[in-house]
Design a protein. Structure first.
Lengths: 372, 325
């Protein structure tokens, strides 16, 4: 918000400079381990993609504090309407790594039956991490609708919806904020301003001074937060969640951060991201900063840090092995889940296709690669 | 004559018209410095400056709405929608606005503009980077729908589309962006909108196809020729709306056996229109029922896309049906 300072708690050296939120040490350590796991999974996914073992991924490095800090302020009974870069939120709440790897390999054990591209997850347990689509901003008003259902039943559930700086230009962002402002929805609109919408810098998405200020016109208070500061993210989302639960209505949080990789495995950010910008943001690494804080408080030592990484590596390695071994989705899954019941006409299409395969053989394996 | 890929031919068409006509502007998401996610607009900002090739905010509705305004006021906008799957926020602007300006103003206001967008499957793009939405737009009078299948046609049709007085949706089959190569003349030429192209001669049957399915049809036709000695004609429709109906009927009458091929789902798909046209006007020439080979009536899958996309097996099976009826 113009004139309002960016909320920050931790300096880059891990020293507390702002209002330190109360968080149990176990929670802090769980958050740390999840950040380490999130980064390792992200790096491993990119290596798998480069080796041709999975088709696609979206780099996540640099935004771990936004995701884990936000997730830590939610209960498992709250809902997340995520964008495609938010898997750290699901990991924090205990979605198994293996389930994500099934999604990355698009195999038969994937929740979407291999129908979606990698990273477009759908999880319902242990937290509602609502099915992700590729179009931008479409999920934002959906979060408001889900919140309305909770409001009508008198529940105190909070709904967090996450999107990028580019997402604020979408129709969904504007309709979502209009409705939430009018309905006083228990929604946290989390704008992850990571600097880039694919190749377009954030200043090509708005003429305003940042994105938090956009809430004002809709009657939704906005706040800017240092997105590389776990404690600041946790504080901001916790405050917004408390507001939501108590009937105070929605909040727009702009997390200021930096996407340290490409938009996706198909993107070459060296074409448009200035090297100096990456260098300056590298000094603000959210995991390094959080780790310094934990060490200062005596909550983490070398052995524990190493153990967190080793545990992440072991978990991901086991999940990769399981996912790669899993069978492909059965051909029948093309025709299921279109409707609750397969309509007779579609059932016939399926039968005809299986009949054709019995006469002409299987389809040749596709040579598709994303993108060409 | 240079040999280009389909995507290079698109790029060449844009450069050719931008050099000739200052009114042509190109914009969309990531089309500037990055040159588009498929590099269709590579080098345009460098050659023509940011006034003529530029990035927009991430809003398809905004892109098309703004294109309409530019067209109303003397520019010739060529807007890119990054993937056809992302066009739907702009559906209102296309269907209610661009397609109806001329009609509702009695020709006082017109919107000569082109919407370029990659479409179709086969790149492991799952539900949202694979769709073929041509039928939604062909159902809308007032907007033309064009689909090239060769580099030569891509350039000639795109230049014709940009010069056309009406809005044109230009669907680019991204699966063959780089796999299809062909000779493309340098400089300006056009391929007239509203015309078909005979890809392969033959009088025993005809396959109507467009986009990436044209080569699938041709492969199947070659196979049938080799195995059965039957000669199957392949016709690339290349302008889906307005359709060259006379040409379609002529091919249907001359062969008497018709297969219609597309990637999009079958129900209310474009193939139904071709079938109905022939049934209404040439049923007496038909020696066999008209057979459609299409995607299934399901969303587009990812891992199993090779089953979803019509291939030579499915076209050969359909040809067998019409040839042996």
């Amino acid at each position: 918000m113009a004139g309002q300072a960016v909320l920050s708690v931790l300096r880059e050296d891990g020293v507390v400079q702002g209002q330190e939120p109360e968080i149990a040490p176990d929670t802090l350590l769980h958050a740390y381990r999840t950040m380490v796991l999130t980064r390792h999974l992200d790096e491993r996914a990119m290596r798998l993609q480069r080796a041709g073992r999975i088709g696609f991924t979206v780099p996540n490095k640099g935004v771990e504090a936004v995701q884990i800090g936000s997730a830590a302020a939610l209960r498992a009974s709250d809902w997340i309407f995520p964008s495609y870069r938010d898997f750290g939120m699901a990991l924090y709440h205990g979605v198994p790594v293996e389930q994500m790897l099934h999604g990355m390999f698009c195999n038969g054990l994937d929740n979407s039956r291999g129908r979606q591209m990698p990273v477009h997850y759908s999880f319902a347990d242990p937290i509602r991490f609502v099915s992700i689509s590729s179009p931008i901003g479409t999920h934002i008003p959906q979060a408001v609708g889900a919140a309305r259902a909770a409001q009508q039943r008198g529940e105190d559930t909070a709904f967090l919806t996450s999107f990028g700086d580019g997402g604020t230009s979408s129709l969904g962002f504007h309709s979502g904020l209009v409705f939430a402002g009018v309905w006083k929805s228990p929604v946290i609109f989390l704008c992850q301003n990571n600097g880039w919408a694919i190749s377009c810098p954030a200043d090509k998405q708005t003429g305003s001074d940042g994105f938090a200020v956009k809430g004002e016109g809709y009657g939704v208070p906005g706040v800017q937060v240092d997105g590389n500061d776990f404690l600041a993210m946790y504080s901001a989302v916790r405050t917004a969640v408390a507001r939501a639960r108590s009937g105070g209505g929605p909040t727009l949080i702009e997390a200021i951060t930096m996407r340290m990789g490409g938009h996706s495995s198909s993107d070459d950010p060296t074409k448009y991201v200035p090297a100096a910008m990456l260098e300056s943001w590298a000094k603000k690494d959210p995991i390094v900063r959080f780790e310094k804080y934990l060490r200062r408080r005596g909550l983490l030592d070398d052995a524990q840090a190493q153990a967190a990484l080793s545990a992440a590596e072991a978990q991901v390695a086991a999940a990769v092995e399981a996912a790669e071994k899993a069978p492909l989705p059965a051909t029948e899954t093309i025709f299921s889940d279109v409707y609750a019941e397969v309509p007779p006409s579609l059932r016939k299409q399926g039968r005809d296709y299986f009949d054709l395969m019995s006469r002409h053989g299987e389809a040749a394996a596709g040579d598709g690669a994303f993108p060409l | 004559m240079p040999t280009l890929t389909l995507i290079q031919a698109v790029n060449d068409a844009l450069k050719t018209v931008m050099r000739q006509d200052q009114r042509v502007v190109v914009f969309g998401e990531d089309v500037g410095l990055k040159g588009g996610v498929f590099l269709a607009t590579e080098g345009l900002t460098k050659e023509f400056g940011e006034q003529r090739c530029f990035d927009t905010p991430l809003s398809e509705d905004g892109i098309i709405g703004a294109a309409i305004g530019m067209a109303l006021n003397g520019l010739l906008p060529v807007a890119e929608i990054q993937f056809q799957d992302f066009i739907f926020p702009a559906f209102d602007q296309i269907v209610s606005e661009a397609a109806k300006f001329r009609y509702r103003s009695g020709g006082m206001y017109t919107v000569p503009m082109v919407i370029r967008t990659p479409y179709g499957g086969g790149i492991k793009g799952g539900l949202y980077h694979s769709q073929s939405g041509e039928a939604y737009f062909c159902h809308t009078p007032g907007i033309k729908v064009v689909v090239p299948s060769t580099p030569y046609d891509a350039k000639g049709l795109l230049i014709a589309a940009i010069q056309d007085p009406d809005p044109v949706l230009f669907l680019e089959p991204k699966r063959i962006y780089r796999s299809v190569k062909g000779e493309v003349p340098e400089g300006h030429y056009t391929v007239p909108l509203g015309t078909t192209r005979t890809v392969r001669e033959g009088n025993d049957a005809v396959v109507f196809a467009y986009g990436a399915m044209v080569s699938v049809a041709t492969i199947a036709a070659e196979k049938v020729a080799a195995e059965q000695g039957k000669q199957v004609r392949v016709v690339d429709l290349r302008t889906l709306s307005p359709l060259d109906e006379d040409s379609v009927l002529e091919h249907a009458k001359q062969t008497g056996r018709v297969v219609v091929l597309h990637e999009a789902p079958r129900f209310c798909g474009y193939g139904g229109e071709i079938s109905a046209l022939i049934a209404e006007h040439a049923i007496e020439y038909m020696e066999a029922p008209i057979v459609r080979v299409t995607g299934f009536d399901t969303p587009f899958p990812n891992t199993l896309e090779h089953h979803y996309l019509p291939d030579e097996r499915r076209v050969c099976d359909a040809l067998e049906k019409v040839l042996t009826f």
